[in-house]
Design a protein around this ligand. Structure first.
Ligand code: HEM
Length: 267
């Protein structure tokens, strides 16, 4: 891999930001709000931001970059597809529980549902997500779709995945702001009490995590080598910067690329 140290630095930073986001969301619920519970009250609502940060932001972000981890390049592509799909399915289940929690809370307290821009964009993202997962599994995991169809759909799969992920980040920022405005009364949000500062920091962490995921996912030189090359990658663990293909493999790869045209982008 070109510039392995640079990749490792950014990936480690992304992980640290992701864990810090989860820790901040948990601290928010446990220290400043009513904790966590499932009783139709505020403690039930608190699952909503926590599970969204864990699932829709963190797990989905890791699922997006999982193919780029050089130490996974020896695993078969099929195995990596299963991990990618599995992380996304898990993130989706957490998102569903999170949305159930907020609807339950609204219904128990007679608060209207689906009135805010946050809820409109959030629900749209939560509906698009399983569509993306089901189409992804049908086209790329079940080995019946012709290679040219996979290749043709790959740019759409990548675009829609990044679109849903960034919509999730925008939705989380709106939700965070709404919740602070609703719940901080005296002192209010504008007085910057410690809770508001913590939660503003949570928003910054989410944006920085998302920015790094998008950067890592859009570097062509950090892409996983295609199947034949991945199996012959020489990964020298004593000097991790030296992840590279044997020269003959690189040559045969170039030759195969010429032969296959765009097929290598077929997922
Ligand atoms: C990132 C993904 C998120 C998605 C997809 C999402 C989705 C939703 C949906 C669909 C609702 C409507 C529920 C109803 O009307 O009964 C909702 C409500 C709500 N969410 Fe989120 N949410 C996300 C993150 C967050 C976060 C991080 C917070 C921070 C506290 C939050 C705060 C709220 C609040 C206060 C409501 C109730 C008011 C309203 O309907 O706007 N959300 N969310």
């Amino acid at each position: 891999m070109e510039d392995y140290k640079h990749f490792l630095l950014l990936f480690t930073l992304a992980l640290a930001l992701g864990f810090a986001s989860i820790a901040s969301a948990l601290t928010w619920a446990l220290r400043y709000r009513e904790g966590l519970g499932w009783d139709g009250g505020a403690a039930e609502f608190n699952w909503h931001p926590l599970l969204m940060v864990i699932g829709f932001i963190f797990l989905q972000g890791i699922a997006i970059v999982v193919y780029r981890l050089p130490w996974t390049w020896r695993c078969s592509k099929q195995m990596m597809k299963l991990i990618h799909a599995g992380l996304n399915v898990l993130a989706f289940f957490l998102a569903v529980i999170s949305v159930v929690a907020v609807f339950d809370f609204h219904n128990a307290k007679n608060i209207p549902n689906m009135y805010s821009l946050h809820s409109w964009i959030g629900l749209a993202a939560v509906i698009l997500y399983p569509a993306q997962i089901v189409i992804g599994i049908a086209v790329y995991l079940i080995p019946v779709t012709p290679v040219y169809v996979r290749a043709a759909l790959m740019p759409i799969h990548i675009y829609s995945g990044l679109f849903i992920f960034t919509s999730g980040i925008a939705t989380a920022l709106m939700g965070i702001t709404e919740k602070l405005i609703f719940s901080l009364k005296s002192p209010g949000y504008k007085d910057s009490p410690p809770e508001a500062v913590l939660v503003n920091v949570l928003g910054l962490l989410i944006v920085a995590f998302g920015g790094l995921v998008l950067w890592i996912a859009t570097r062509p030189s950090w892409k996983r080598p295609k199947e034949g090359d991945a199996q012959t990658v020489s990964y020298n663990s004593s000097s991790p910067g030296n992840v590279k293909m044997a020269r003959t493999d690189q040559e045969s790869s170039l030759e195969a690329r010429r032969r296959n045209g765009k097929a290598e982008e077929s997922g």
